[in-house]
Design a protein around this ligand. Structure first.
Ligand code: PGA
Length: 253
C-alpha cells in the first residue's frame, strides 16, 4: 500500500509572518491525521521559521527548489546543506513554472534530483504536458522524456525515495482540472514508464501525485483513482480549511 502524500506548494505567496500563521493553522488542523503524509512548501525566506513551527508535528517541510552545487558564487540560489540544516525533508524539483519561466531543463532537474538524494532528502519531481502537446498527440513522448531525464543514472534504491507529481500544465492555476479518468490514464502511463526503467516492484512502490487545480470538491474523485497517491496543491493549499479538506479526503480513502 502506498501512503498518500498531500503537499502544499505555496509558490511566491505569503510573507514570513503570514507563513508562520498558516503553518500553525495547518499543524493544528492535521494533528489527528494518521495515515496521510502532509507536507508544506513555503518560500525559502519563510522556510526556517516554518521549520520551527512544524518540528515535532506530523507536518513535514519542503522547499520549492534547490541548486545542484554545494556552495559558491551562485547569486540568488540556495544549497542543499542550507535546506537540510533547517530540517526540510522534501524538495520540489522541475515544477512547470521553473521550466517555463526560469530555464529549468531535463539536465538541471537531474542534477538537482541527484544532489537532493545525496543529502538524504527526497525529491518531488514534477512532470506534465502543455495543452498543445496533449492535443498534438505527443503526451506520452513528452512525459517519457521528462521521466528519463529526471531519473538519468539513478539507481532503483534512489528512485524509491522519489515522489512524482504529474501536473498537466493546462490545469495549474487555471481552475480546469483533469478529469478523474484523464488523470488516472496518464498516471498509469507514468507508472508504466517507471516500470520500463526500474521494473515492477519499484514502479508499484513509487508514489505519484496529481497536481493542477485540485480542490476540496474534486479531490475525492481524483484520490480514489488507482494510480493517484496524493496531490501537489497550489491555490487550495493557501488556506488551512481547503488544504485540510483535501487531506481529509485522502485520509478517508
Ligand atoms: P494549483 O497549483 O493547485 O494552484 O493548480 C498546483 C501546482 O502548481 O503545484
Amino acid at each position: 500500500m502506498r501512503q498518500y502524500i498531500i503537499a502544499g506548494n505555496w509558490k511566491m505567496n505569503k510573507t514570513v509572518s503570514e507563513s508562520v500563521i498558516l503553518a500553525k493553522q495547518i499543524v493544528d488542523a492535521v494533528k489527528d491525521i494518521k495515515n496521510t503524509e502532509v507536507v508544506i512548501a513555503p518560500t525559502f525566506l519563510a522556510a526556517a521559521k516554518v521549520a520551527d513551527v512544524v518540528k515535532g508535528t506530523n507536518v513535514k517541510l519542503a522547499v520549492q527548489d534547490v541548486h545542484w552545487k554545494d556552495q559558491g558564487a551562485f547569486t540568488g540560489k540556495v544549497s542543499i546543506d542550507m535546506v537540510k540544516e533547517i530540517g526540510a525533508e522534501y524538495v520540489i524539483i522541475g515544477h512547470s513554472e521553473q521550466r517555463q519561466y526560469f530555464h529549468e531543463t531535463e539536465e538541471s532537474v537531474n542534477l538537482k534530483v541527484k544532489k537532493t538524494l545525496s543529502a538524504g532528502l527526497k525529491p518531488i519531481i514534477c512532470i506534465g504536458e502543455t495543452l498543445e502537446q496533449r492535443n498534438g498527440g505527443i503526451l506520452e513522448s513528452v512525459l517519457t522524456t521528462q521521466i528519463e531525464g529526471a531519473y538519468k543514472d539513478l539507481s532503483a534504491d534512489e528512485a524509491l525515495k522519489t515522489v512524482i507529481a504529474y501536473e498537466p500544465v493546462w490545469a495549474i492555476g487555471t481552475g480546469v482540472v483533469a478529469t478523474d479518468e484523464q488523470a488516472q490514464d496518464t498516471q498509469a502511463f507514468v507508472r508504466s514508464v517507471m516500470k520500463n526503467i526500474y521494473g515492477e516492484s519499484v514502479s508499484e512502490a513509487v508514489r505519484i501525485q496529481y497536481g493542477g487545480s485540485m480542490k476540496p470538491d474534486n479531490a475525492k474523485g481524483l484520490l480514489a483513482q488507482k494510480d493517484i497517491d496524493g496531490g501537489l496543491i497550489g491555490g487550495a493549499a493557501l488556506k488551512s480549511d481547503s488544504f485540510f479538506a483535501i487531506i481529509a479526503a485522502a485520509e478517508a480513502q
